[in-house]
Ligand binder design. Structure first.
Ligand code: URA
Length: 442
């Protein structure tokens, strides 16, 4: 087999076999096939696409390129959840204990944040003493004992994807649905869960800007899951503005705790319940989505989900008292009000800009080695559709110092809000559900 023949076949619109794709990925991982050949192949895929079988074979080859987690010692159906990335997305912190409180084991590996997106691991580390590294044995033991553990991702998970993603980033081949779908799913499959629920974001703050493209991506991922024997469902949710009101590590933990108390922002609460409902059904603890929804709301109102969160925090070395006293979380020295530059209604909030603004305050990483400040961030006081008068507060910055840096961020946040004179209704948060059976608009 020769790489050049495989590239030519795809360039001419042919269908690659599983053997050809495995040869390509294995050869690339081992350094036998050079970057320039993989780049040419990625560009051929970009223009010619791949069918469901090819995409699944590519995913399998990438998942098999590194560590594969064996979750079989954990009792029950393990269901994982993945979001394609968003600003203010703290759903894993809520869904982990919430779903576990319904009897579905959650053995989750999460990442750190980079650029404008936050990472669950950084958020959890804002709780003093919280350990995000556990041995494999301790991880499995914890899930069997209390039903939930969330740890940092192994460095050697789907290394072929890591190498290919870096290459796609510099060869203008990121925005290919089969390449994104296989990239995301290779890591999920290597992480070992029996079933996967995906939160595919759409809108200005997301990878996919239109609902149609988001649905195509979701369908490609559901098809991969089905082909490799992992039941997969996807929800398409709006990312035209940040999720909830808090952006920044400790601020997001506080909002997650509020949500577990049953007093979180409505959009965040509803998205968590919708994703968790699919997890509870796939995990075999409810017969249908309506039953799961009812059960989850009961777990929130009875305090069972919050109790599970406390157990989870204590098991990983944190102080569970944080769930009743958020002042135990790191607090920024100052808050700065961001005033509205004009009166009107909020029409748009550029989520990516707010993510970058929070990063500039110190909440996120500019490079892999940046040190983050868990206390800083942004809390929103207005969301899309709300009225505001000139000079009223749009958002609060939580900062370490008041200086030229915080002034620049203030301007950036102010500019991220688009205010017009005409009223505006916010777009719905949940747009479609994608399963093996097809796409269903909500
Ligand atoms: N996230 C991934 O993990 N891979 C992609 O290709 C795009 C987003």
């Amino acid at each position: 087999m020769r790489a050049v023949d495989i590239i030519q076949k795809k360039r001419n619109g042919g269908t690659l076999t599983s053997e050809e794709l495995t040869f390509l990925i294995k050869g690339y991982s081992q350094g036998d096939i050079p970057d320039y050949q993989l780049s040419a192949w990625a560009m051929a895929v970009f223009f010619r696409g791949m069918n469901a079988e090819e995409t699944a074979a590519l995913t399998r080859a990438m998942a098999e390129s590194g560590d594969q987690v064996d979750l079989s010692p954990i009792n029950g159906i393990k269901v994982d959840k993945h979001s394609t990335g968003g600003v203010g997305d703290k759903t894993s912190l809520i869904i982990g204990p919430l779903v576990a409180s319904c009897g579905v084991p959650v053995a989750k590996m999460s990442g750190r944040g980079l650029g404008h997106t936050g990472g669950t691991i950084d958020k959890m580390e804002s709780m003093q003493g919280f350990r995000t590294e556990l041995t494999r044995e301790a991880f499995i033991e914890q899930v069997n004992a209390i039903g939930v553990a969330i740890i940092g991702q192994s460095g050697n998970m789907a290394p072929a994807d890591k190498k290919l993603y870096a290459l796609r980033d510099v060869t203008a081949t990121v925005e290919s649905i089969p390449l994104i779908a296989s990239s995301v799913m290779s890591k999920k499959i290597a992480a070992g869960a029996d079933a996967i629920v995906l939160d595919v974001k759409t809108g200005s703050g997301a990878f996919m800007k239109t609902l149609e493209d988001s649905e195509k991506l979701a369908m490609a991922m559901v098809e991969i899951g089905t082909q490799v024997g992992r039941q997969t469902a996807a929800l398409i949710s709006d990312m035209d503005q940040p999720l909830g009101l808090a952006i920044g590590n400790a601020l997001e933990v506080q909002e997650a705790i509020d949500t577990l108390h049953g007093r979180g922002p409505e959009d965040l609460t509803e998205l968590c319940i919708a994703l968790a409902s699919h997890m509870v059904v796939l995990g075999g603890q409810a017969g249908d989505l309506a039953e799961a929804d009812k059960k989850l709301r009961e777990q929130l109102s009875s305090g069972a989900a919050l109790a599970k969160f406390k157990q989870f925090v204590a098991a990983q070395g944190g102080n569970p008292a944080v769930a009743d006293d958020p002042s135990l979380l790191p607090q920024a020295a100052y808050t700065v009000e961001v005033p509205a530059a004009r009166s009107g209604y909020v029409h748009a909030i550029q989520a990516e800009e707010l993510g970058l603004a929070a990063m500039l305050l110190g909440a996120g990483r500019e490079t892999k080695d940046s040190v983050i400040d868990h206390a800083v961030g942004i809390t929103l006081k207005r969301k899309i559709g709300e009225a505001v008068h000139e000079g009223e507060t749009l958002a609060l910055l939580h900062v370490r110092n008041i200086d030229a840096g915080s002034e620049a961020v203030l301007k950036r946040v102010q500019d991220a809000y688009k205010i017009n004179a005409q009223p505006k209704s916010p777009s719905p948060l949940l747009l479609s559900v994608v399963t093996e059976q097809g796409i269903q608009r909500i």
